[in-house]
Ligand binder design. Sequence first.
Ligand SMILES: [Zn+2]
Length: 409
Amino acid sequence: MKYLIVLADGMADRPISDLMGRTPIEAADTPNMDYIAAHGVLGRLKTVPDGMVPESDTANLAVMGYDPLVYSRGRSPLEALSMGINMTSGQTAVRANLVCLSDFGEPYAQKTMIDHSSGEISTEEARILIEECASKLCPPGTSIHTGVSYRHCFIVDDAPEFNAFARPHDILGRCIEEYLPACGFYRDLMERSFELLNEHPVNKARAAKGLRKANSLWFWSPGKKPALPPFYEKTGLKATVVCAVDLIKGIGKCAGMETPFVPGATGGCVTDYSAKANAAIKAFESGSDLVYIHIEAPDECGHKGDVNAKIAAIENIDSKIIGALMDWFARKGENYRIAVLPDHPTPICLRTHAPEPVPFAVLTSDDRRRSGFERYSEKEAERSSLYIPVGSDFMSRFISGELESKRLL
Ligand SMILES: [Zn+2]
């Protein structure tokens, strides 16, 4: 048996009036997700424990079988691990976004958060800007490291207290004043980064092309070095994470999974879906029992409020990843179990994450029966009596095949 989890970040949504009350999943043409829901099991999963913020690190930890209440140490230490940074236990990793702030000559605190991703800046351009910060901005006892696109990592030896922070994707279009870190150490570095980056040649060239400048660092989500029990020891399965973003790769690395580099996978709205399917096939062929494919695109489209792009991303996941892999399994004559789910909703109307339970569908190739559901959607899943209230229970129940016994309306 091979196990495949297709995790579509932020895919779930709420009804949208422009879509005649449908969600992007309902508006998208998704024959493969629908087939899985109609011939397998459909249910809902609470991926974010009460009292925790619905972030991708929390939710993906849960889906991978690790209780975030026990294991979550913030996202940045996981990203640091994926970037190959060897943290000591005394160090703190802080997420450093390259963000786009308004640029009308107003004082720093009066600026508006235009874009948490700086127009999904390329990693090549970002690297130049981050290296500029490394050489001209970082005080002794700190270092800054280039990640993917707008997502970077700031390491601090003896970090000052940094409890209250704002997630830049949560404050799009708002004045940053009330969201700046209370801690002067971080606030001053952010302000000085604007002076360093706003007129940098990379940003001048971006502005000339009509692209958004990456004109400030934004610090958030600090955390210490994480530790997870190895996935193989928990499950007896060799696992691979196929993903572009360092956060999810970091969870995989921390859990002892393979985390191959996937060329063409961007962690943005436009990504190479087929390259991810091929990377999953390669992982299965080289001995992996379980592959966890994570696709960031629907989440990024949700943050942008771009409903058409979100629908297109969902359709691409359906055909180029789920469909392609189900075809491959069929050609190989391989038994498999597949799960499709988001980590959390990223509703277009909110442009940020929401905490409500997510719909999941699971199909086992040699146990196909009509489930009574026609489609994979939020609404259909709400009709199901199958509800898993603790997200980190999902993985063991998926692997054991126990969910199929709950094939009830
Ligand atoms: Zn997100």
